[in-house]
Design a protein around this ligand. Sequence first.
Ligand SMILES: C[S@@+](CC[C@H](N)C(=O)[O-])C[C@H]1O[C@@H](n2cnc3c(N)ncnc32)[C@H](O)[C@@H]1O
Length: 381
Amino acid sequence: MNDRMTTPWGELALTRFPEDPRDRLRAWDASDEYLLRHLAEREVPLSGTVVVVGDRWGALVTALAAHGPLQITDSYLAQEATRANLARRGAEPGTVPLLTTQDVPPERIDVLLVRVPKSLALLEDQLLRLAPAVHEGTVVVGTGMVKEIHTSTLQLFERILGPTRTSLAEKKARLIFCTPEPSVEPPENPWPYAYDLPNGIGAVSGRTVVNHAGVFCADRLDIGTRFFLGHLPGGKGPRRVVDLGCGNGVVGTAVALADPEAEVLFVDESFQAVASAEATYKANGVPGHAEFRVGDGLAGVPAGSVDLVLNNPPFHSHQATTDATAWRMFTGARRALRPGGELWVIGNRHLGYHVKLRRLFGNSQLVASDSKFVVLKAVKK
Ligand SMILES: C[S@@+](CC[C@H](N)C(=O)[O-])C[C@H]1O[C@@H](n2cnc3c(N)ncnc32)[C@H](O)[C@@H]1O
């Protein structure tokens, strides 16, 4: 695989995270190239505070490292990739501050570069959070693949910052040019968004779910998650449970409510998700112990330390091919579970997770199914 990106700032060796030699996907795309080319050709002054939002694998900040940009991302995987890519480039640690979407943004931004995220809600939230730091002279340039930039995307820039136009498309990528306008009054930030669950869904009936922008199914309960909530394992007592890929934390919170002695670890690679899970847990005054961790699956969880893993694997993600993520999650669960411990998985029927579970665990039991979903259980022998 060609992992070298040619940029006006030199050739960069870039990889995704976690590094996987079978991964054929590059750590940058034509929208990163287009933006960097534009900055160099138009000699855009990269002075003052340069902020890069949504850099997928760190290609943008790695190219611009000499200008001391600051990265803001929702993704732990993106942050880890950026760390490795910067180190490979020889950038001194700390020259590119790595902030998360949950951190306090800088007070003043002179150049704002936005890699448009898949989630319009996340873009809305980020632009609203950054708007107070943007001034009349801030250079604002967005970038994305043509299929990711919609009228609604441009309207967000317009509504929050000021007049916006797009470039011609090049290699199916497009740039967004926005001129901050002090007279624009950004609307109030609707995020985080909380809703109450309807009755009839087990331990979480009527409970509040808090969602930060960009979280999976942030405006309503996902139908798959709902099906999972109706078929969670019973059992009580002191046990260590992991809500793996916790999103807004509704699954782990249901377990904690039903079994106050359970210790629940909520893990997600999204900073927005882990903040949501913590907020959901707190909003419901759940008794018991919980831990909230941003990370890559079960990495860092000691082998043989967990009694139960609950998992609704991602089925589309900008960060990795879904199949690979589900496989990594199941492999991690097998390692983290104690003998006799169980992995419970919800998935669309057509995804065929039972095949993977059988290969890894030597068993897979169908707990429940409907026309769309299956809940599967695998026991660590
Ligand atoms: C289908 S959503 C499930 C969310 C929640 N459990 C639910 O059922 O509503 C999958 C979640 O996995 C997370 N995820 C994706 N890759 C991950 C990884 N490598 N490690 C941890 N979480 C990951 C996503 O951010 C997302 O929140």
